[in-house]
Design a protein around this ligand. Structure first.
Ligand SMILES: Cc1cc2nc3c(=O)[nH]c(=O)nc-3n(C[C@H](O)[C@H](O)[C@H](O)COP(=O)(O)O)c2cc1C
Length: 211
């Protein structure tokens, strides 16, 4: 997926369409580093999300928004403009997948800023993870994110996808060299996310979440 010409932080991902009952999945790429590997992982994952029967998908690339300003309950126009790139997609989502690399045993600051600028947008919704990195495969970043999303009243799903030494596992065209295991892991994570997404949507329609 060519992301180089996009002006917005949000992209609608082509996939299954035409069913209002589908869950709206927001896939968030947390790396905004110059020369990042993240788009290889997000392209791989978005192709799986697009194939899943239970989701329509939007893609939020944190490289396309700057939320590094000091937190404020009354953000000025410049910050408001940055929030407008992402907040509506978060609010509309029924479920999230966060794609995170690991930096110094944690996740990128851009993800923390996105979380901190929002609250109700995360509540009573499921969150899945795709992580990548060096030796750790981003697993430490994911475990830390679980603690933070609990504070947001979000539900993180157990099953994740992780890529250890990620660069070595994809070829120059961004294809995984041996995709059976990671394809299956993506499917499992998306299935779990769909279960939680549907369960929470039904629960919220019967009883609004009081968080
Ligand atoms: C500042 C920095 C710190 C890193 N720290 C870790 C780490 O603690 N554990 C790990 O497994 N990989 C670590 N890495 C490797 C990255 O996870 C890996 O390069 C990954 O591709 C980074 O994602 P990005 O290219 O999309 O930014 C680090 C890389 C950078 C740039």
């Amino acid at each position: 997926m060519d992301l180089t010409t996009r002006e917005s932080a949000i992209t609608a991902v082509p996939g299954h369409t035409g069913n209002a009952r589908k869950l709206r999945l927001a896939v968030i790429l947390g790396s905004n580093r110059e020369g990042r590997f993240g788009p290889v992982v997000s392209d791989w994952f978005l192709s799986h999300a697009a194939e899943h029967q239970d989701f329509t998908t939007t893609f939020i690339d944190l490289a396309d928004t700057d939320l590094s300003a000091p937190l404020s309950s009354r953000p000025g126009p410049a910050v408001r403009a940055e929030l407008d790139k992402v907040t509506p997609a978060l609010a509309a989502a029924d479920a999230f997948v966060v794609l995170t690399p690991e930096y110094n045993h944690s996740f990128p600051a851009a993800i923390k800023a996105l979380i901190d600028w929002h609250f109700v947008e995360w509540q009573a919704k499921p969150v899945g993870f795709v992580s990548y990195g060096g030796m750790s495969g981003g697993l430490r970043a994911v475990e830390q994110l679980r603690q933070i999303f609990a504070e947001m009243h979000a539900v993180t799903v157990r099953d994740t996808v992780s890529f250890h030494n990620a660069h070595a596992h994809f070829d120059a065209e961004g294809r995984h060299r041996d995709p059976a295991e990671c394809d299956a892991a993506a499917r499992t994570m998306l299935d779990r996310l769909a279960w939680w997404g549907l369960a929470l949507r039904e629960a919220k329609s019967a009883r609004p979440y009081a968080g």
